[in-house]
Design a protein around this ligand. Structure first.
Ligand SMILES: NC(=O)c1ccc[n+]([C@@H]2O[C@H](COP(=O)([O-])OP(=O)(O)OC[C@H]3O[C@@H](n4cnc5c(N)ncnc54)[C@H](OP(=O)(O)O)[C@@H]3O)[C@@H](O)[C@H]2O)c1
Length: 347
């Protein structure tokens, strides 16, 4: 239904019913109907948007647990879940945004949102690419892969690189970026179809299904017989511990994420840190939001690569807000292939 000229509209939204302990289920969330004022309050600096795509991100589980952690305030029960998304501005009380602007940033899991915190809301300038890409390769996940591989831990030609959760939004880009640097790249993923994709589509040299490997140390010795110069780690836990046993001298480990740990009340310990000393190695974590100033530089690199089909990008697009809980739970269990997005309202 068109909303032009309307002051108020009906608004379906996804809310969290209760805080989650352990793994999240679809039934922890539900879809509910509400109404929303479609005009931004004057002098509010806020914008009202129509949500087009929302992004399912693994770290959303933090906000579902109800425990307060830095950067991850718990969701408010009864209010829509929030996360990254792509949207169109319907009304603006902010001088930098106008009606019909396309934006990406933090929005609500609902049809329409009032966005009051516009600090990290980016105006979309390039529309000759699919808009959903701004939830992935052209949004926060793409920037995260870029910062890891091009800014903080640049691999050298010939380096042996290992990447975990390699078929996800960030991993599939990290692997291709490492190949652009002339590296030998190995990835771990949670299924045979993903192994095939890594090798046939994303240019990985080797890949394995960690779900079929009882001993990660032996597996890494098999797939990375020379050892590992650079690891971009997206899962943490036992895989990170096994990586430590397989480092080459002066190795570097970039901690991007810990998907195997987020749902655990007591995260796994890391036992093999002495190998950091023996191998003169470095380990560093980073948070993409602290590198948003590099976004224009990243766009300069990635837009031509997309337009010239030099980078392969795969999206897993669920259709309709009502599919969002299932899609999100799928990311926690590895059902997604590539970037998991939900199409809310297509233009
Ligand atoms: N540093 C930052 O600023 C930043 C920003 C955004 C995201 N991140 C982190 O980066 C990582 C990748 O994010 P993404 O958006 O690209 O997600 P994603 O890889 O698209 O989806 C998460 C994947 O993690 C894997 N996974 C789930 N549970 C696992 C487990 N117990 N053990 C091992 N793998 C598991 C699944 O793939 P499989 O089928 O392979 O198991 C799943 O598809 C996440 O840890 C995320 O939190 C960091």
């Amino acid at each position: 239904m068109g909303t032009e000229g309307m002051d108020e509209g009906s608004n379906m939204k996804v809310i969290l019913k209760h805080y989650v302990s352990g793994s999240a289920q679809e039934t922890d969330m539900h879809l509910t109907a509400a109404t929303i004022k479609l005009k931004a309050p004057p002098d509010s600096n806020a914008v009202v948007v129509k949500n087009l795509f929302i992004s399912c991100d693994p770290d959303m589980i933090f906000k579902m647990t109800g425990h307060k952690r830095e950067h991850f305030d718990p969701y408010t029960l009864g209010s829509p879940i929030t996360g990254y998304g792509v949207a169109k501005v319907l009304d603006s009380a902010h001088p930098d945004f106008a009606t019909d602007d396309l934006v990406w940033g933090i929005t609500g899991w609902e049809e329409y949102s009032l966005i009051s915190d516009t600090k990290n809301l980016f105006k979309i300038q390039h529309t000759d690419v699919p808009l959903s890409y701004y939830a992935g390769i052209l949004g926060m996940p793409g920037l995260t892969a870029y910062v890891g591989v091009y800014e903080l831990c640049v691999p050298k030609k010939g380096d042996y690189v290992f990447i975990s959760a390699a078929c996800g939004a960030i991993g599939l880009l990290m692997g291709q970026f490492a190949k652009f640097h002339g590296c030998h790249v190995v990835g771990s993923v949670g299924g045979p179809d993903k192994v095939e994709l890594l090798k046939k589509k994303f240019g990985y040299d080797e890949a394995f299904n960690y779900k079929q490997e009882p001993d990660y140390d032996a597996t890494l010795k098999r797939y990375c017989p020379e050892g590992i110069d650079v690891c971009y780690d997206n899962v943490g836990g036992k895989m990170l511990d096994a990586v430590l046993l397989n480092l080459r001298p002066h190795a570097r480990i970039m901690i991007c994420g810990m998907s195997s740990q987020y749902h655990l009340e007591h995260p796994d310990g890391v036992r093999n840190l002495p190998w950091m000393v023996m191998k003169d190695a470095q380990m560093q974590g980073y948070l993409a939001v602290n590198y948003y100033h590099l976004y224009p530089k990243y766009l300069e690199l990635i837009l031509p690569l997309i337009k010239e089909s030099k980078v392969v990008y795969v999206e897993d697009i669920a259709d309709g807000l009502e599919t969002a809980p299932k899609a999100l739970v799928g990311v926690f269990s590895g059902r997604n292939i590539g970037k998991q997005v939900v199409a809310v309202n297509c233009l």
